[in-house]
Ligand binder design. Structure first.
Ligand code: GLY
Length: 556
């Protein structure tokens, strides 16, 4: 039943000494064909994977406005082929300087419904434009004027939207109707558009041009900054010019773990993605999962998720503000302690660990892109404006749709957010603090195989990436990872959320018998974008989640 893990030090030295030539082809997987095409256009102009990541990120901001945008943020995980440098660009949004811990609470200390989700008060200070400028300047070969050109083109000339857009708009129609600048851009005669609608965004094109010309300052100072602050304040928000002028990305060391000889590289705090992923894998690492019947296997995965997500709620927040016990939470010994209390014949109710109430998690938004270029430079980036269409608020004159990431803070510690996540003081609101994320852009590495992957999906992101890592460990490729039926547990609420077709009848009965409460989601969720480079065969594969409308291509 138990496997002996290989020494992490051995793996580190092995992989550090094993820098090699690239795949001689490139692969890009993203949530929209126009974004994938933009990445290849930039590679064809002599750009590298980092320039392509700028182009794909910026194009997604235009063609998939429900998931990410200049008004949002994200994490770009990079690996540079020439020296093996791995780094994560933290472009997560920050709380405005005038934010405070009870800004969303009523007189009785209860959260005021929707204030952290709808409208300009819900918006953190965006990090995506700063991330693009940094990526281009520090790692790219091309100027922003080139790598932003495809996004500017699509914003100016427009494109025909797909079902994904129409569904996102329908789900947020009433909030978009509230703000004229939002309604003018995204709605058709003040309602959800009909199929065939062309989305044209001339103001966004102007804002992108200013970013292309001025770099970081082209967004965070001057005309764009002035327009953003004026519009936000006029509509009841609290942004100031200082907020924008002070915004900076942070380069952070990725979170590194190991599972059955696979090196796992993912997002560190202020995302919980890497820590929770590695903690779950550490708990599972002593089991030989393939030896078990499918009910026991899923039960053990659920029990591991329950414990790691609990630690998310208890300990994680912005590392620039709170001390995070990363070493302890990601240590195999700590996982061994948690594993001792897992029973193969029974689920442990989360209520026996805590009685904090939860609500049903939602969230199928955000976006992800994965890239490898001919030289072997790698990018996995997960980008977000939080819920579909973010806060629903476009700052007039800018075309920029603002995020509603403030809801990712523990708005009222102990009370669940839109994803049902219950945060503690570590993730309370403070001026200039980054809200905790679940985004988990991830690289996997063995002697022969390199994987680049990630997905949107709020609190379910880590669960989805975990299932893909376990599938990678079984020797399967990206088409399999993106197709896996998904099930999720996040400690609270104490339910196993599963896609309608993810579990067989026997598995459902078996899990219920062990004490799990099951809840089928209305529809399938996630939108994974994944790449596998098998060095032993030279084969490069890419896959885009069938749940979305993305495109994954491999080209010479
Ligand atoms: N807004 C979703 C996340 O960052 O986890």
């Amino acid at each position: 039943m138990f496997k002996q893990p290989k020494s992490s030090l051995f793996l580190f030295l092995f992989y550090s000494c094993n820098l090699s030539a690239g795949p001689n082809q490139a692969a890009i997987a993203s949530a929209h064909p126009l974004a994938t095409a933009a990445g290849f256009e930039i590679l064809a102009q002599g750009g590298n994977a980092f320039d392509a990541a700028v182009a794909v990120s910026a194009t997604l901001a235009v063609v998939e406005p429900s998931g990410s945008g200049l008004g949002g943020g994200g994490f770009w995980l990079l690996k540079r082929a020439k020296d093996g440098k791995e780094i994560i660009i933290d472009g997560r949004e920050k709380a405005p300087l005038a934010a405070h811990s009870d800004m969303y609470l009523d007189g009785q200390g209860n959260p005021t419904l929707k204030l952290s989700l709808d409208g300009p008060l819900a918006a953190g200070i965006p990090g995506l434009p700063a991330g693009l400028a940094h990526l281009a300047k520090q790692y790219g070969r091309l100027p922003l004027s080139k790598s932003l050109a495809p996004a500017i083109h699509h914003a100016e000339t427009g494109f025909e939207v797909g079902d994904h857009y129409l569904q996102a708009i329908a789900s947020r129609e009433s909030i978009l109707q509230r703000y004229p600048a939002s309604a003018d851009i995204f709605l058709e005669q003040h309602a959800t558009p009909k199929p065939g609608f062309r989305l044209v965004q001339p103001d966004l094109a102007k804002t992108l041009r200013r970013l292309a010309v001025g770099g970081h300052a082209g967004f965070y100072r001057g005309e764009t900054a002035k327009q953003l602050v004026e519009a936000v304040r006029k509509a009841g928000g609290i942004w100031t010019l200082d907020d924008l002028q002070q915004y900076k990305i942070v380069e952070r060391q990725p979170l590194i773990g190991e599972y059955h000889g696979i090196r796992v590289v993912s997002a560190p705090p202020p995302s919980s993605g890497g820590i929770v992923l590695v903690e779950i894998l550490n708990i599972l690492s002593a089991y030989d999962l393939q030896q078990f019947d499918s009910v026991t296997r899923k039960h053990l995965i659920i029990e591991a998720k329950r414990r790691a997500y609990r630690d998310r709620d208890l300990y994680l927040g912005d590392p620039d503000f709170v001390e995070i016990p990363t070493k302890r939470l990601t240590s195999p010994d700590y996982a061994a302690g948690l594993r001792v209390a897992i029973r193969a014949d029974h689920a442990l109710p989360s209520g026996s660990l805590s009685d904090t109430p939860g609500i049903n998690p939602q969230g199928d938004n955000t976006t992800h892109l994965s890239i490898i270029d001919r030289q072997g430079n790698q990018v996995a980036a997960t980008l977000s404006i939080n819920q579909a269409m973010g806060s629903g608020f476009v700052a007039e004159g800018t075309g920029v749709l603002l995020n509603d990431e403030m809801d990712d803070f523990a708005v009222s510690p102990g009370n669940p957010n839109a994803y049902g996540l219950v945060g503690g003081n570590a993730n309370s609101i403070e001026p200039g603090k980054r809200m905790l994320s679940s985004m988990a852009p991830t690289f996997l590495q063995t002697k022969d195989r390199i994987a680049i992957l990630g997905t949107p999906g709020g609190s379910r992101i880590i669960s989805m990436v975990l299932l893909a890592v376990l599938d990678f460990a079984e020797g399967n490729g990206p088409v399999s990872w993106v197709n896996i039926g998904r099930f999720h547990h996040q400690y609270l609420p104490d339910v196993v959320e599963h896609e309608p077709d993810a579990l067989t009848i026997e598995e459902m009965h078996g899990l219920e018998k062990l004490g799990h409460e099951l809840k089928a989601t209305g529809k399938r969720y996630g939108n994974m974008q994944a790449i596998l480079w098998d060095k032993s065969t030279g084969q490069l594969e890419a896959a885009s989640d069938p749940r979305g409308e993305g495109a994954a291509w491999v080209r010479k």
